[in-house]
Ligand binder design. Sequence first.
Ligand SMILES: [Zn+2]
Length: 372
Amino acid sequence: MTERTQRLLAEFLELVQINCSSRAERPMADALIPKLQALGFSVEEDNAGQTIGGNAGNVIARLAGPAPGPTLLLCAHMDRVTPGQNIQPTVVDGVIRSDGTTILAADDVSGLVAILEGVRRAQEDGVQLPSLEVVFTIAEEGGLFGAKACDASQLHADMGFFFDSNGPVGTIIVQAPSQNSMEFVVEGRAAHAGVNPEAGINALQIAAQGVAAMKLGRIDAETTANIGVFQAGSATNIVPDRATLKGEARSLDPEKLEKQTDHMVACLRSAAQAGGALCQETVNLSYPGYRFEEDHPVVQRAVQAAKAARLDVTLKGTGGGSDANVFNGKGIPSLVFGMGYTDVHSTKESLPVAELERSAQLVYTLIGGTLQ
Ligand SMILES: [Zn+2]
């Protein structure tokens, strides 16, 4: 293992052992800010933590560089899923794992350290850097809350690169779906189930009929839909007067997303109408999608960097949303790189040291470094 790989690995092990979770990123932010400052970045923290009820904001760092060309945004998220406290990482046969009682938090500590080490190496090698903006977000897990609360008008980047996907290093995510989240409330009428059921309107049954009429699951190659929460009723002797449902639809095609959303709303409304109940729905765009062609500058930059890092390049789409969706929605063309970790969000999560090394090399070539 080279000295640089050892340093990268040591920093990874250091950061995964810092206790951190969504809305409790303070210790991680406190560790990262001096590291960025040591690389010459001017660092600030935004007020996203206050906005969403966390103890740290998004960490935003800027470095003016002499190289011409676009200003690049480099991003990773600080938070992690549970169980992610007191992680005890081990390295066996070149693979980093937890002790099996926690996640490893390679998602997304690998992104944090790849960015730090890639910039560090470039500076050591005297690379003429482009202007860089680094954002380490809070509360990505569970809803992209930190990215949504980030004031992107403070950023000047022309394109963004997010180090936060599964798939081998060299994977480039060039398309991701839009997602609508939906909540439905069906209101019927309560009555004693044994004494006068005729007076009741069973909201549970009506909601169930609405869901049964829906096309759900995989709708087509670009579109998925789900009802994931259904709550109704309190006792067997009461006709339930209220049912609450939560669901989502995703599509790479905004028109298909609208069509599927309208379909789900229509199913519940017509069931409610037929049964004499009321249906109220709330539909929110959780995040916008994106889709880049191969000749888009952000894709070209990513592919060039991956080739310069001698990676096998794969352009692909994902069915999931990430911070990149949010920053695309804020006007910064952004895509996501695979980090080489496997079994994320589980206690089996692992990361080969070789993949960690490749991700740092990818950052290095992305910002203008040339591998020897
Ligand atoms: Zn992640």
